[in-house]
Design a protein around this ligand. Structure first.
Ligand code: SF4
Ligand code: SF4
Length: 390
């Protein structure tokens, strides 16, 4: 387990709406039991790694809300820090592209609070010997040119990972156009999650905060439905934060591959009950939150299962694994899904996507980047039945 000098593993507080004064007060209350922002010294440079997935307005609940980012910026500036907010959304990591995303996601308002929106598009390569799977990788340099990273994620469902929170948010360290390559390098959720845990181990965010005021349910992480949860959550550990986020939307460690990968490395306990969380946090649990439902734990490959076990697992996987499927009547034929598909599994036929499921690696990039939500995650009949039985 990680060492933590603070009595609470995860802090959870109410925040009813995106109103500046309320947001600032809620952040102060949230961070107090974790030691506040005392780690920030005058003159420090702090990078807030937001979730700016794509050009979506704040009311879509796909991105970290600018009111919260502004409130955090003010608190950091009051401590004498300089603040940079950034992300590498899907797409080119170039200044014109970033500026379009900043404008759409309402981030320009954060400049009034004293933040600089990242303009540095330098990319670096690094070796990371301690990594479990990703020993060498490319990343966006601005994230390393600072004293602290604050990982400010959004609570959302995710096609491949089930849930995106603190751990998955750090995938934004990989330049947007390189992301499909990493999906291809780590095509199954287990290895992809191990890679994400490596990224977190490399960047070591000092603090992870989650915007759960308006979460996203259903077809997340970009085209789901906003769902009011009315909360903020934070932790010194992105993985402990995620264990609580999962519980809040009625998922468990077995359902979320990034949690399984964190557990495997001793970064989280087996269940949320073993964490110390703010008193009364359970009142925020949303029992009918619409997850991208399937019990992902059953997809994990048992590496000690032997040949027969592995064959059985791969047959089960084919039978229960969800797959992307376009809703043809909604599709506008833009071809974005074919463009982002790392496995080249999509061809456009008469302006509609046709998916070769033998090539498909179930990364759900097509679903994530479809601009109108026409690409859905479809579960098989067997997986629906198994979930009912459970
Ligand atoms: S079809 Fe979609 S889910 Fe399958 S590999 Fe391509 S982008 Fe990933
Ligand atoms: S990205 Fe969406 S709208 Fe565009 S072609 Fe693919 S499914 Fe259709």
């Amino acid at each position: 387990m990680e060492n933590n000098d603070h009595p609470l593993d995860v802090s959870v507080v109410a925040c009813e709406k995106y109103e500046p004064q309320q947001a600032k007060a809620a952040l102060l209350e949230l961070l107090a039991p974790l030691g506040g922002l005392s780690f920030v010294k005058p003159g420090d440079r702090v990078v807030i790694k937001a979730n700016l997935i794509t050009f979506l307005k704040p009311d879509k609940a796909a991105t970290t809300h600018p009111v919260l980012l502004s409130a955090l910026t003010e608190l950091l500036v009051e401590r004498g820090a300089s603040v940079v907010i950034g992300d590498s959304p899907g797409g080119p990591f170039s200044l014109p592209y970033l500026k379009r995303v900043y404008a759409a996601t309402g981030l320009n308002d954060c400049e009034k609070a004293g933040a600089t929106l990242n303009q540095n598009t330098e990319i670096r390569e690094t070796d990371f010997a301690e990594a479990k799977v990703m020993k060498h990788f490319t990343y966006t340099a601005y994230l390393k040119d600072c004293d602290h990273i604050i990982d400010f994620c959004k609570l959302k469902t995710h096609g491949m990972m089930g849930l995106t929170g603190g751990c998955k948010n750090m995938f934004g360290a990989i330049p947007g156009t390189d992301k499909p390559e990493y999906h291809y390098r780590y095509p199954n959720p287990t290895d992809f999650s191990r890679m994400l845990v490596d990224i977190n181990a490399y960047f070591k965010p000092t603090l992870s905060i989650c915007d759960g005021v308006m979460a996203m349910e259903g077809n997340g992480p970009s085209q789901g439905k906003p769902r009011k949860m009315g909360l903020l959550a934070a932790s010194r550990s992105p993985h402990k934060l995620d264990l609580v986020l999962a519980a809040l939307i009625h998922m468990s460690r077995e359902d979320v591959p990034t949690l399984a990968a964190a557990y495997e490395r001793g970064l989280i306990p087996s269940t949320v009950e073993e964490l110390s969380v703010s008193e009364g946090w359970e009142r925020f649990i949303c029992a009918d939150f619409e997850t991208i439902g399937m019990k992902r734990g059953i997809l994990f490959t048992d590496e000690n299962a032997g040949l027969k076990g592995r064959i059985r697992a791969s047959i089960m996987k084919a039978a229960v694994q969800p797959r992307p499927r376009p809703k043809v009547e909604d599709c506008i034929g833009c071809g974005e899904c074919a463009k982002v598909c790392p496995a080249k599994a999509i061809t456009m036929v008469e302006k509609k996507p046709s998916i070769d499921y033998k090539k498909c690696i179930r990364c759900f990039c097509c679903q994530e980047f479809c601009p109108i939500g026409a690409m859905k995650v479809k579960r098989t009949a067997l997986s629906r039945l198994m979930e009912k039985i459970r």
